[in-house]
Design a protein around this ligand. Structure first.
Ligand SMILES: [Zn+2]
Length: 99
């Protein structure tokens, strides 16, 4: 693995970063953080927003949701940054060699 290529986890073929599929075994490339982490960031941001909103006086409770929104944007950006070089290879067929 180097700066321009990923190495397929199924067949060890070098795959260009911009590619959608492995040329060796047609495994699909998925870049970025797992979807579950983005959902977790969203749920956490809502929880933060709700907590801040209820901690503030009624007239300023909107600011709590603003904090939650900021937390969500920050969390999303952090995930994108952390997983910028992360890629998973996925085969859609049922004949996975390592399943
Ligand atoms: Zn492959």
């Amino acid at each position: 693995m180097n700066r321009t290529h990923y190495k397929c986890s199924y067949c060890d073929t070098g795959v260009l970063r911009a590619a959608r599929f492995c040329p060796g075994c047609q495994a699909e490339l998925h870049c970025g953080a797992p979807v579950g982490l983005y959902l977790f960031a969203l749920v956490a941001a809502i929880a933060i927003g709700a907590a801040c909103s209820s901690a503030l006086p009624e007239a300023e409770s909107w600011a709590g949701w603003l904090i939650g929104l900021a937390a969500w944007v920050a969390g999303w950006g952090l995930l994108d940054w952390l997983y910028a070089n992360h890629v998973t290879f996925r085969r859609n067929r049922t004949d996975r060699p390592d399943a």
